[in-house]
Design a protein around this ligand. Structure first.
Ligand code: ATP
Length: 263
């Protein structure tokens, strides 16, 4: 396959910091219509992997291609607006008194070349559409600091979609949510994943319960190395999960959701 057709392509990638290998010999590709889940325990290297895909980090060894551009040979500042990236770290950087609408719209300010006035009107409309899609349109006028954790997460996902990215990267979007908020988010992400116009997606999580039904692929990571990767239906098994988390786990499937427990 032509590398230009791949949203992400990593070839023999390693990331080293001091004496530690955060990632080793990782080869992985994402196509435009794929929705990936990356699973692994604390410290497995999931966030490091996502930051490579977000063009926020360069590999120590190997090659990373993002949206057809090779990292190290491209201007990452031109690449980043084409990528939607949301993580808990971003949550803490948003000023509490900013309105929800502004939080979403400000993602678009990196997109230049439109006449200011029409730009604003278009942005207001698009921000509203993105918030509606995530079920938080009614909160557009509220201050971000007054939102619940689940509402904040959904606002930040709406923000990451604002620039119409070609790839959406979600780092533990359901962390810290209560059961209802988690279920709600999983459902929203499933609807988004099912939309043929939605960007390619990569979702990082520790929990199989958080895999949205419409996601297609899974990559399992342990101590910086890939355990296995492929279609969820073929790849996500009790054995693979046990190897990834280093304990005997039983994976159960109920309709289109997964559950795991120790044997
Ligand atoms: N700059 C650094 N120097 C040394 N070690 C680092 C550095 N950055 C990250 N690490 C280590 O690399 C490992 C992988 O980190 P990473 O954040 O990618 O893991 P993760 O799978 O996302 O973990 P978690 O699920 O806990 O968020 C961790 O052990 C972390 O402590």
């Amino acid at each position: 396959m032509d590398l230009n057709d791949l949203v992400v392509h990593m070839e023999g990638v390693g990331v080293r910091r001091g004496d530690s290998d955060l990632l080793s010999d990782l080869t992985w590709s994402v196509e435009l219509d794929e929705r990936w889940v990356v699973l692994g325990s604390n410290g497995a290297g999931k966030t490091t992997m996502l930051r490579l895909a977000a063009a926020e980090l360069h590999p120590t060894t190997g090659e990373v291609h993002v949206l057809g551009e090779k990292l190290g040979r491209t201007d990452v500042f031109e690449l980043r607006p084409r990528i939607g990236f949301t993580s808990t770290a971003l949550n803490g950087r948003v000023p509490a008194d900013e309105t929800v609408r502004d939080v979403v719209m400000s993602a678009g300010y990196a997109v230049v070349g439109r006449w200011r006035e029409s730009y604003d009107q278009l942005d207001v409309r698009r921000a509203g559409e993105m918030l509606d899609a995530l079920g938080v349109g009614h909160l557009a006028g509220r201050q971000f600091g007054t939102l619940s954790e689940g509402e904040r997460k959904r606002t930040l996902i709406a923000r990451s979609l604002m620039t119409d990215p070609e790839m959406l990267l979600l780092d533990e979007p359901a962390a810290g949510l209560d059961l209802g908020a988690r279920e709600d988010l999983v459902e929203r992400l499933s609807v988004l994943a099912d939309d043929p116009d939605a960007p390619a997606m990569v979702l990082v999580t520790h929990h199989v319960e958080e895999i949205p039904p419409e996601f297609t692929h899974v990559l399992l990571l342990r101590e910086g190395r890939m355990v296995t990767a492929g279609l969820i239906d073929d790849t996500l098994t009790s054995e693979a999960l046990s190897e990834t988390f280093g304990q005997n786990l039983v994976l159960e499937r109920s309709k289109d959701r997964f559950f795991a427990r120790r044997e």
